[in-house]
Design a protein. Structure first.
Length: 131
């Protein structure tokens, strides 16, 4: 995360903080896999999008978004059958998952006209600004 982006996030977090202080922790974006906060935020967003659109299956919505933004982990022909596996999020790094969440957030607003909440601590934890 570059200094300018960190500064912008810190300023935004400080503006929303209650009281006189706020704790800012920067998460190492090279972390092996996504963070628990990112995963919690993702599933909360999936539920919100599902409720907003009437899309009954969170699993189908999840797979549709992953296909849209991550593509296939593998896609090949075996004899006369096409074998495909949508790329999952569990192996994404913190940075990769943050970028994925940003795409999902933009897609939700543009495609579903659904603004996803991002002012609470879960959002800032998922984006690596607080712990």
């Amino acid at each position: 995360m570059n200094t300018k982006k960190v500064s912008q996030l810190e300023d935004s977090h400080w503006a929303r903080a209650k009281g006189d202080t706020a704790l800012i922790t920067i998460v190492d974006e090279r972390m092996a896999t996504r963070s628990l906060a990112q995963n919690k935020l993702y599933w909360a967003w999936l539920k919100i999008m599902s409720d907003h659109t009437g899309y009954a299956s969170l699993e189908e919505l999840r797979l549709s978004l992953q296909l849209e933004f991550l593509g296939y982990e593998f896609d090949f022909k075996y004899g006369n059958k096409q074998i495909q596996q949508v790329k999952g999020t569990s192996k994404l790094t913190v940075k990769e998952f943050r970028e994925y969440l940003q795409k999902v957030e933009e897609f939700s607003l543009t495609f579903f006209n659904c603004k996803l909440p991002n002012t609470d601590d879960l959002y800032w934890q998922a984006m690596g600004v607080t712990d």
